[in-house]
Design a protein around this ligand. Sequence first.
Ligand code: HEM
Length: 406
Amino acid sequence: IDRRGFLAAGAATVAGAGLATGARPPAADRPAADRPAAERPAALPFHGRHQQGILTPPQREASFVALDVTAASRAELADLLKTITERARFLTTGGTPPDPGLAAPPRDSGVLGPTVVPDALTVTLSAGASLFDERFGLASRRPARLRTMDEFPDDALRRDVCDGDLLLQVCAADRDAVTHAVREIARATRGAMQVRWRQDGFVSPPRPSGTPRNLMGFKDGTSNPDTGDAAEMARLVWAKAGDEPAWAADGSYHVVRVIRMLVEFWDRVNLHEQENMIGRRRDSGAPLTASAEFDDPHFENDPTGDVIQLDAHIRLANPRTKGTADQRMLRRAYNYDGGLDANGNLDMGLVFVAFNQDLDRQFVAVQKRLAGEPLTDYIQPFGGGYYFALPGARDSSDWLGRTMLA
Ligand code: HEM
């Protein structure tokens, strides 16, 4: 089921459940403990050509955890990657652990007693540029475009919350399953890695239906490539054979940008101005030139930007002109809420996540075009990194990174 199909199915359930009459919300919108066993989110396949958590429709909860590898040799790095794979396989599949240990969450949550329930958990492992330095003899294996994250003109990067040797993207239907997976992987890999930075995220339930909203109140994720179209995924998401080292086939450039939203400022901007900055209506998500969320904006009928201004976010991000179709990327963003900053301002924003076949042709080209857009006054990118999502583990004897180290 593709992402739009998944969202549409959710929307249909909401409508069918007749929320306005006070009926129970659909299972995915209820706390885990409140769901009958048959409605608990199932296991998502762990094995395959590609890793899970890329084309997977975004689950509600996520943690992004960047790791620095402290393993002393290539053999120890291989052990680390095998351990991460083995734990991820177990956690995402579910089952009875040999010893649930202290990290097992309470019974009334996504994990029941000694049995780990999968809770639609996905664990996606990606490599950062620093993994390919001199330590493990991997310099010749570095994906061609992988590097430390660029600092763009509107950025204020805090390097302590950027980059890292590895990135774990852990997503699940419920927070406790994510937290448990992060703790269990950390426990099993102690001594071979150190956590460098971590950012949690969440996806809001559809309000009232369709695509979930970001913390600026706009639907986010409307115009995304179709994950059900294998040819489109081969063109836009999966690394291109010939452009990359042979091992990297079936992987993808994984961009994470942690972007604070200056919500106090945003909330003082009137609706009309907000919609002009984005180029879409806040209520329906429809382009300002159209009437429904998934309508095409038809920029060609508005060449001077009378309806959707020329520097509106969607117009710069995807001008839909000749030659820009191959700049599209698969976005899989999460909201974050970090409480308050030291000055008492709300610390919240977007964990922008995108999967790209070619980092430069897609993410970097689009980010450069967004430079100076009106939205930049209301956002502040400060963390994240460029990573390369490793090819999938094919079967129960395979491990993530095997071909990279072979
Ligand atoms: C679309 C918000 C950052 C690339 C959108 C939409 C919204 C939005 C509301 C329209 C709905 C949709 O199609 O998803 C934001 C906010 C950001 C942000 C609030 C920062 C906090 C970025 C960044 C990039 C990006 C960093 C990439 C460099 C895109 C693209 C689209 C889009 C490619 C789809 C355009 C289309 O095909 O119509 N964004 N965005 N956005 N955004 Fe962003």
